[in-house]
Ligand binder design. Structure first.
Ligand code: GDP
Ligand code: MG
Length: 917
């Protein structure tokens, strides 16, 4: 087959790699099959299955170790789609690479995406890749394979929900950077999403200092639904003028908090002096490199290096050279098969060609590589201190350990468009990124039959005492629906296709599922719903073929049809395995009836920041419009639709988000709509802690002959994400208000001191009245009547003339009183309240001579400029980055076009809300 021929040269490349047993030893998780068996037995399976079980676990273990779920994440235009397309071509999924510029890629499959050349919906796709992890004496097959499932995510952060939901189901990530621009605004955003996955959960806020122990809700609020993602970085577009590997690596170090980039390659260039193209055909594996090849060490901060021709792999000390391609030729992967040239003698490790400058430079770079690795890996440090040379296999294993522990980000170089470097990224995915066994199972919450939920995550330590639900070796099904799309003609009805990650157990066609929707904070979980899978689709971006009698095992991602009510973020369990419907299936390895119903942390959508009014042309179209919008907001939870009798309001995360939605209305559904002027969502918060004046605030009204009387004392405190100052400065992400009830109030109301507020809501009418009263009043701030956000409203105390009995008889009195107290507290403390407005971080790419004009324009728009990177030469392009309030840059695309004669382009993304004066 086509791709085999391409893989061959690379198998030689990997000869010195170690067996994967290293991975086993280093894994944080129960990994040796035997020890897993004993843990497993104690928890899940009947004794008589012992023999079967051992074999079953061995096979499962092997399968899982060869599985990679990875996301390609980047700023828009860095080349995600191009890299993905190249991977598919290398793996033999497509004949030749499609082109973003011609709209022929596999993963960009919405018409709107093809036209705009941006990826709007992430598409999942899976393929096999040769993994050369064999070593003498090992029973591994010569040519092992990994199953790679790639989820291509969008870079435009108007679609950040897509990024968030993919992060929730990935095991590792490849960060693609532009070699000219380095880290860009959205690179920082995806970095935040992969390193602080708790932001993907519903609840994310810091614990206010004054409330040290009083609220069980706050104490459990900082749970991570998922572990941070290990990742590797590809510096793409090394063929572009002005590319700078060293600067790009440095930008990772400087701008991505906690990232420790370790280059594993040194880029090679054909020097400017030589105009002759390289003739690779005549170069043998141990030949000298042509003299025109120059090495550029990672520190070198010059650009004009000449033509990018390859890299030195610093682990194996070989030069890998790709043929020089014109753009069209590079589409065919067979034209891009690299040559591999050894730099060292395998036994003596001495340079093959002593006078080779590239080898000398590469030895220096390797020394730096080992040095950097020694800083984060104890065994490499040992070698380093004793001035011994670790073997290639040891280096590779150490790099894997450091990557999995998120102590290192291996960095590679490439030019995907010219067919250079992507093979090595695939090898890197196999070698360095985690398998599902290397990841902690997601934490789960128990859903009890009365709708009450409690924490069941129990063993969150690094080494679980036994295999728990969600671990890939656990027999019961636990899956997360992370994406919903509607595809005409698929699965009947509205064509709903649900993408799910199976964490544990397996999912088969025709299975009956329990669907559990996670409750929003402060709300009660709904009843689980029964649904039957009526088909499975193969994951081949854009071409979803039916798999008959399909089955998906743990660790994998799948596309399901027939699930009518499933939404993004829902948890899926097998009906026959759960305690609500517990008829155990006999004799089946892996059946585990009686499993409690649980739910996983859902996938949070940021609140929309921009609203427009939509109007269809006819009243008949108007009713179709609401149907279609309903489907679209199920697909994209960051799209919010509000309808009254006369108008339809559509809210989203920015202008492009709304534009793309309106575009899809027309293209996919033939609906023409008029779009009204956009309005921006403000909200309010408090600057500092405020309190009801004089403690208890009395409420006393007689309505319809009934006297409502109660008094409530409360405190409202700012509540920002834990990284508020560190990352966003004055800009903050929004979280809904949290209401807590203190010990004195609980005592007066006769409430249990240990229950969380969510539990109180379910168990006590009177607590419910109190909390709902506060929540209702927090919907309107005092300055602009905008919603209050990022606050904790803490009820200190409650009183009533008629005592508890009168409140029990009339909970409405308490509800009215708590609402009144919140309103009074805000009104009396106006000076300490603040209006927040959405702020966008913008990045403008423009010709050098226009920088001045654009900067002064940004200044007039209340913008703050972060950095300006001037391009080289008269015709160079500069980059301007900064933050601007959203109201000020509505319609900025037009303004920028007229300001620069169409020569500038910009991206903007919602960064957070910041105080507005
Ligand atoms: P995405 O937005 O991250 O998916 O980026 P795309 O894959 O759509 O690529 C954006 C643009 O960069 C397209 O015009 C590509 O042709 C171009 N591009 C991608 N990779 C390379 C590369 O290696 N070198 C150069 N010069 N251009 C590239
Ligand atoms: Mg793309």
């Amino acid at each position: 087959m086509m791709y085999r021929r391409i893989r061959q040269p690379l198998s030689r490349l990997m000869l010195f790699r170690n067996s994967s047993s290293i991975i086993l030893r280093q894994s944080n998780h129960p990994s040796k099959a035997a020890s897993t068996v004993s843990r497993f037995q104690s928890s899940a399976l009947p004794k008589e299955d012992d023999d079967h079980l051992e074999e079953y676990l061995r096979e499962e273990h092997h399968r899982l170790k060869h599985l990679r779920n990875v996301g390609i994440l980047a700023h828009v235009d860095a080349g995600k789609t191009t890299v993905t397309e190249r991977m598919l071509a290398l793996a033999g999924v497509v004949r030749s690479c499609g082109s973003v510029d011609e709209g022929s890629t596999v993963t960009d499959y919405l018409p709107a995406e093809k036209e705009r050349g941006i990826t709007i919906q992430s598409a999942a796709i899976s393929f096999e890749w040769g993994w050369h992890n064999n070593k003498r004496g090992d029973d591994m097959k010569q040519n092992d394979k990994v199953d790679i499932q790639i989820i291509d995510t969008p870079g435009h952060v108007d679609f950040s929900v897509e990024v968030n939901r993919s992060v929730a189901v990935l095991d590792g990530a490849v960060l693609v950077l532009d070699a000219v621009a380095g880290v860009q605004a959205q690179t920082e955003t995806v970095w935040r999403a992969i390193t602080k996955p708790s932001l993907n959960n519903h609840v994310h806020f810091s614990e206010p200092e004054f409330l040290d122990v009083s609220s069980p809700t706050l104490q459990k609020s900082n749970h991570h639904g998922h572990e941070p993602l290990p990742c590797l970085a590809l510096i793409n577009k090394m063929d572009k003028d002005g590319c700078n590997f060293g600067r790009a690596v440095q930008s990772i170090r400087d701008k991505l908090p906690g990232a420790n980039p370790i280059p594993t390659q040194m880029p090679l260039f054909r020097g400017n002096r030589s105009s002759q193209p390289l003739d690779l055909a005549t170069i043998g594996a141990n030949d000298a490199l042509p003299s025109c090849i120059e090495a550029v060490s990672t520190e070198a901060l010059g650009s004009s290096n000449g033509e990018f021709v390859g890299v030195v792999d610093l682990i194996h000390m070989r030069a890998i050279l790709w043929p020089e391609m014109t753009r069209g030729n590079a589409d065919n992967v067979e034209n891009c098969v690299p040559r591999i040239v050894n730099l060292l003698q395998p036994e003596t490790r001495q340079p093959i060609h002593r006078d080779c400058a590239v080898t000398q430079e590469a030895l220096k770079a390797r020394y730096e590589f080992v040095e950097a690795l020694a800083e984060v890996d104890a065994s490499t440090e040992e070698y380093y201190l004793q001035e011994q040379e670790p073997s290639n296999a040891e280096l590779r294993a150490a790099l894997r350990r450091a990557t999995l522990a998120q102590k290192a980000v291996p960095v590679m170089a490439g030019a995907a468009l010219k067919g250079k470097g992507v093979e090595l990224v695939l090898d890197g995915i196999a070698d360095l990124l985690p398998s599902p066994l290397d990841r902690l199972p997601p934490s789960v919450n128990l859903l009890q039959n009365d709708g009450r939920h409690a924490d069941a995550s129990g063993q969150v330590g690094l080494v679980p005492k036994r295999v728990r639900l969600g671990h890939p070796l656990h027999p019961s099904l636990l899956a997360l629906a992370f994406k919903v799309v509607h595809m005409k003609g698929r699965g009947g009805g509205d064509g709903r296709v649900v993408f799910a990650r199976v964490y544990s157990g397996k999912l088969q066609d025709r299975d009956q599922l329990q669907v559990i929707t996670p409750p929003a904070p402060g709300e009660i979980a709904g009843k689980p719903r029964m649904e039957r899978v009526s088909g499975m689709l193969e994951l081949a971006g854009g071409r979803f073929n039916n798999i008959d009698g399909g089955e998906v095992k743990s660790g994998s991602v799948c596309a399901l049809v027939g699930l009518k009510s499933v939404m993004t973020g829902d948890t899926l369990m097998l009906a026959s395995e759960t305690s609500m419907n517990s008829k155990p299936k006999r004799g089946k390895v892996g059946s585990n009836a009686g499993q409690d119903l649980v739910y996983l942390a859902g996938v949070a959508a940021p609140k929309p920041v921009l609203t427009v009014r939509l109007e269809a042309e006819t009243s008949e179209q108007q009713s179709r419009l609401s149907e279609v919008l309903k489907l679209m907001s199920t697909e994209d939870p960051s799209l919010v639709v509000e309808e009254t009798d006369s108008t339809t309001l559509l809210s989203g995360l920015g202008e492009l988000h709304i534009e793309v939605t309106v575009d899809r209305l027309f293209r996919e559904h033939g609906l023409r709509v008029t779009v009204g002027p956009p309005s921006v969502s403000f909200c309010e918060t408090v600057k500092t802690q405020i309190e009801t004046p004089g403690g208890l605030v009395n409420y006393d009204r007689t309505i319809g002959g009934t006297r409502l009387q109660a008094a409530v004392h409360l405190i409202i405190t700012p509540n920002h994400p834990a990284d508020y100052c560190e990352i966003n400065n004055a800009c903050t992400l929004l979280s809904s208000p949290v209401v807590t009830v203190g010990p004195d109030a609980r005592e007066f109301l006769g409430l249990n001191q240990d229950l969380t507020e969510e539990e109180l809501l379910v168990k006590s009418d009177i607590a419910r009245a109190l909390i709902l009263g506060c929540q209702g009043a927090l919907k309107r701030g005092t300055l602009r009547s905008a919603e209050m956000t990022n606050v904790v409203c803490h009820v200190e105390n409650v009183d009533a003339e008629g005592g508890l009995a009168s409140l029990k008889a009339l909970p409405g009195a308490l509800q009215a009183a708590s609402a009144h107290s919140v309103a009074t507290c805000l009104k009396e403390n106006k000076a300490y309240c603040n209006v927040l407005e959405p702020t966008m971080s913008v990045e403008i790419s423009l010709p050098n001579d226009m920088v001045g004009a654009v900067l002064s324009d940004l200044n007039n728009r209340r913008g703050t400029v972060g950095d300006v990177i001037m391009g080289e030469g008269v015709h160079g392009k500069s980059l301007v980055r900064g933050d601007v309030p959203l109201v000020e840059i509505l319609g900025y695309a037009n303004r920028l076009r007229s300001l620069t004669g169409g020569e500038a382009s910009f991206t903007s993304e919602y960064k957070g809300h910041s105080p507005c004066s």
